[in-house]
Design a protein around this ligand. Structure first.
Ligand code: FPP
Length: 583
């Protein structure tokens, strides 16, 4: 690297990352060689860190509980070390240095890393939607870090909205190729990382694979899957309009993946015993011209490199703020009346407001309209209230959008609500606002395209720090608690938790969304005074606020009134004297 670190320990750390990449994944190493030399150490550090963590989670010499604890300790150490810019562990040392130099926000990797810990218990997928969500959660954030490095280097890898899906499918193809390549190692450990839906298309294949028996049905399954992976890695439309440097790397990656899939197909029964590799001459045929093309492509743009540091100078703490070049968000449009939000100091605002949006049906009925029109008017009220939440500086707004009980409504109404949601999430009215959108609820029962869209919005708005807007869709409080209890039971059965010592905190950590803060204010419109299975864990101490207006008649001023009323409550939280934050 041109800006080689003066610290010998750091130089050794980067060397170790490069060596691990070269030895453990020569194809990945060859791809990194296609980017300009000053960028390579950061990519080696990212690759080595992702793999070191995977190895910790996968090391079958230790029981699952111990592996999970090791992964957790590794992640906790990383977070402690990030502000210091150094680590006694060489791979983390290179990673924290990379994060500091390139101003990466590694908190975006939090979910992907936590997934490695959760995977120590083994994984099963009912269908492709579940499999895809798992793979994307794991892979996309790491690729996003690589894109952030390229952005900082002056080679932005912007993805157009209409090509995102092909990018994400490409990564599904990367994941599937990886799983097929590593089939023998996974089976030896009793793992089979394929969805039940795919196995069911070839009856008997799961049993044959478990017994390491190469049968016609297993062969047909493998042919099906290599075909699918080839389709996914074959559509590189997302590289259109991209800088030719990264585009060349991605095209070469696709060619190497296709060669790998050919090797999987050619392996036959050996696939269950060894890791197939494409012949060296095939790789050379792909890589030799790619090197020439890449050298030419990168020469078109001078790179911007991070400033060098004097030896021994502490690494700057990665800025939690938005990275340079990120969009500047629009202000929400004001309310037509010109009314402004009440001036409430941030310390007195509720952190988390949750809303039961009731009354859509009655609103429509009062006007002689179909119920669908009530929901449509309700969606407009959602936009209004989100604008009001941003204007007053709320951090978390959670909306009860579709409950686990709502499936019992007429199919026509269910389809109408889900269709409306699909339209809203596609239109993306909060596109230019500082809103991080999240989905909270059961995975697996929503139409897969809607689930994919919700995941997509969640990922693409992840760096936004203004308002976190959580839409509870196919959400039920009892369902959430039951699933949490099941997760705890699984960990207890695996010897990872002592049932006699389970605390509130343990429970909270196993909730499907452990980072959701407690609800401070629970507001229900529509003149009903119930909490209806909404966020029972989080709202245990919430102030309740019930209003008579039907949801479609609601606007941001009602939210402001609800929050103002909240500031007049005395929050004791079980203590004798009022909470000092209350008025
Ligand atoms: C309750 O009213 C409301 C719902 C079950 C659906 C809520 C959906 C929306 C507001 C539209 C989409 C939202 C977003 C976030 C884009 P109800 O039908 O139970 O009314 P009723 O009690 O008068 O029958």
């Amino acid at each position: 690297m041109s800006d080689a670190p003066a610290d010998p320990a750091l130089r050794a750390a980067y060397r170790l990352c490069r060596r691990r990449t070269r030895i453990e994944d020569p194809a990945e190493y060859a791809l990194i060689q296609l980017v300009p030399a000053p960028l390579r150490p950061a990519l080696h550090a990212l690759w080595a860190a992702a793999n070191a963590l995977d190895d910790l989670g996968d090391d079958r010499t230790a029981p699952a509980a111990e592996r999970a604890a090791r992964v957790e300790a590794w992640i906790a150490a990383l977070h402690r070390e990030l502000p210091t810019g150094t680590s006694p562990d060489p791979i983390r040392h290179a990673l924290v240095d990379t994060a500091g130099r390139w101003r990466l926000d590694l908190s975006d990797l939090r979910d992907a890393m936590a997934q490695v810990r959760d995977d120590t218990e083994g994984r099963r997928f009912a269908d492709w939607a579940e499999w895809r969500a798992w793979g994307r959660e794991n892979l996309l954030p790491w690729f996003a870090q690589v894109r952030a490095i390229l952005d900082r280097a002056g080679v932005p890898v912007a993805l157009r909205l209409d090509t995102r899906e092909s990018y994400e499918e490409f990564l599904d193809g990367v994941r599937l190729t990886d799983i097929l390549t590593d089939l023998s190692a996974d089976l030896a450990q009793g793992d089979l990382l394929l969805p039940a839906e795919a196995l069911a298309r070839h009856p008997g294949s799961a049993e044959d694979l478990a017994r390491l028996r190469w049968s016609p049905t297993v062969s047909a399954l493998v042919t099906d899957l290599t075909g699918l992976a080839r389709r996914w890695v074959g559509q590189e439309t997302f590289t259109r309009g991209m800088h030719p440097g990264p585009a060349t790397v991605l095209h070469t990656m696709a060619a190497l993946l296709r060669a790998q899939l050919d090797a999987v197909d050619a392996a036959g029964p050996a696939l269950l015993r060894t890791r197939p590799r494409p012949p060296l001459r095939t790789r050379a045929r792909i890589l030799a011209p790619a090197r020439t093309r890449a050298a030419l492509a990168w020469s078109l743009t001078p790179l911007t490199l991070p400033p060098s540091r004097p030896p021994g100078a502490p690494q700057p703490v990665p800025a939690p703020t938005r990275p340079a070049g990120a969009p500047v968000f629009r202000r929400p449009p004001p309310h037509p009346s010109g009314e402004r939000p009440p001036a409430i100091p941030a310390a007195r605002l509720p952190t988390h407001v949750a809303v039961i949006m009731d009354g859509n049906g009655r609103w429509a009925q009062q006007r002689g309209l179909p119920r669908y029109e009530g929901h449509r008017a309700g969606a407009a009220a959602v936009r209004e209230v989100v604008h009001g939440a941003l204007e007053m500086g709320l951090r978390h707004l959670t909306l009860y959008t579709f409950s686990t009980e709502n499936w019992q409504r007429d199919t026509e109404e269910v389809d109408a609500i889900l269709g409306l949601l699909r339209d809203e999430v596609t239109d993306n009215p909060f596109r230019d606002l500082d809103v991080h959108m999240r989905w909270h609820g059961r995975a697996g029962r929503l139409p897969p395209d809607l689930a994919d869209l919700l995941h997509l919005r969640e990922r693409t708005t992840r760096g936004r720090t203004g308002l976190t807007l959580t839409m509870c869709i196919d959400y039920g409080g009892r369902d959430e608690i039951t699933r949490t209890a099941a997760a705890l039971a699984r960990r207890a059965r695996a010897g990872q938790l002592d049932p006699d010592r389970i605390t509130d905190e343990d429970f909270a950590r196993h909730l499907p969304h452990p980072d959701m803060p407690d609800v401070d204010l629970l507001w229900r419109t529509g003149n009903e005074q119930r909490t209806s299975n909404f966020l029972p864990w989080h709202a245990a101490y919430a102030e309740l606020h019930f209003t008579p207006d039907l949801w479609p008649d609601t606007d941001r001023r009602h939210l402001w009134q609800a929050v103002t009323a909240y500031t007049h409550r005395q929050r004791r939280l079980g203590a004798e004297s009022p909470n000092p934050l209350s008025l």
